[in-house]
Design a protein around this ligand. Structure first.
Ligand code: IPM
Ligand code: MN
Length: 350
């Protein structure tokens, strides 16, 4: 019996379509023993500017009926900040209850980073970012907006249910054979004494159910130092939505840049969405120089989530072959155009 998956594709804005194109090329190359129906969604800045629509309910329902979603990037300088981010990207994450944002921080062979003291093995951890609440919930508001007495409140919502499910997910990951058995809570418990306390108590409570996992704690500001100074101390990190957003950009830089970092918005019992974590790169758009490896890494995660482990492993081999061939060059340099890098992955995945 062969599987058949419906994959929703949101190419999105900026360089999104270019990198998704390479990812789909790789998908076709590694697809063996299963079929895919790609379902393209016309969502993003162009659609919004043309029609005023961001994500109509009918399309949200169609996304919810897919087996997985593959996203390029959203955001556009022509659109006021917040509209596409909140009403498209965050709406999908929240409405499909993709409560895990899984962001591996891995250093592929031969990739140069800004931290010459790191060896290739030093950087190999996963950030489990809470993806459904915290400061991203949209709770808050203005009081006396536009006056000298204006008040702006942005509340961090942390529910027992939300914290418990993300911490449990992280413990399970840390205990799995794929990881090394260390879970680090990253927070700011010395100042955020309510939210941080809830996270720490949940970690302490669940620790006894995972005796093989060593539970550690690091303040978020110190975590930024350790990312540069001693990243090998991290195996699995669990953190809230906002801290996770910020530290994974730093994480991307110790991988070799935003062009490499992939992530998944995961609903373990529902539909998950995979994306390169960098933005739309307006300065690179249309030049054929953007690095597609992050999007291809997102495809690898998508395949793994679907249960197509062999295809995912082939993508991984392809990425590693590509970075080895690139010998520290960046995408765009020395003929390593977007499509050339995609071709290297296809060759390496053969
Ligand atoms: C990310 C992005 C998004 C986030 C924005 C675009 C809403 O920065 O995926 O990291 O903050 O989660
Ligand atoms: Mn971000």
């Amino acid at each position: 019996m062969t599987g058949r998956y419906r994959i929703g594709v949101i190419r999105g804005d900026g360089t999104g379509p270019e990198v998704v194109g390479e990812g789909l090329k790789v998908l076709e190359a590694v697809r063996d023993g299963f079929d895919v129906d790609l379902m393209d969604f016309d969502l993003g800045a162009d659609r919004y500017l043309r029609t005023g629509e961001v994500l109509p309910d009918a399309e949200l329902e169609q996304l919810a009926a897919c087996d997985a979603v593959y996203l390029g990037a959203v955001g556009d300088p022509r659109v006021k900040p917040g509209i596409l981010e909140r009403e498209l990207l965050l709406k999908v994450r929240f409405q499909l209850d993709q409560w895990v944002n899984l962001r591996p921080v891995v250093r592929y062979p031969g990739v140069q980073t800004l931290v010459p003291s790191h060896t290739e093995d030093d950087v190999n951890f996963v950030v489990v970012r809470e993806n459904s609440e915290g400061l991203y919930s949209g709770a808050g508001g203005f009081h006396r907006k536009g006056t000298p007495h204006e008040v702006a409140v942005q509340e961090s919502i942390n529910t027992r249910h939300g914290v418990e499910r993300i911490v449990r997910y992280a413990f399970e990951l840390a205990a799995s054979p794929a990881r090394r058995g260390t879970l680090t809570l990253v927070h700011k418990t010395n100042v955020l004494t309510f939210a941080g306390d809830l996270y720490q108590r949940v970690v302490d409570e669940l620790a006894s159910a995972f005796p093989s996992v060593e539970a550690d704690y690091v303040h978020v500001d110190a975590a930024c130092i350790y990312f540069l100074d001693s990243p090998s101390r991290f195996d699995v990190i669990v953190t809230d939505n906002m801290f996770g957003d910020i530290i994974t950009d730093l994480g991307a830089m110790i991988q070799g840049g935003m062009g490499i970092a992939a992530g998944g918005n995961i609903n373990p019992d529902g539909v998950s969405m995979f994306e390169p974590i960098g933005g739309t790169a307006p300065g690179e758009t249309g030049k054929g120089t953007i690095n597609p490896l992050a999007a291809i890494g997102a495809l690898e995660m998508l395949l793994r989530q679907l249960g197509e482990a062999d295809a995912a492993a082939r993508v991984d081999r392809g990425i590693r072959a590509a970075t080895q061939q690139m010998k520290g060059m960046r995408a765009g340099e020395m003929g390593f155009t977007t499509t050339a890098v995609g071709d290297l992955v296809v060759e390496g995945a053969a």
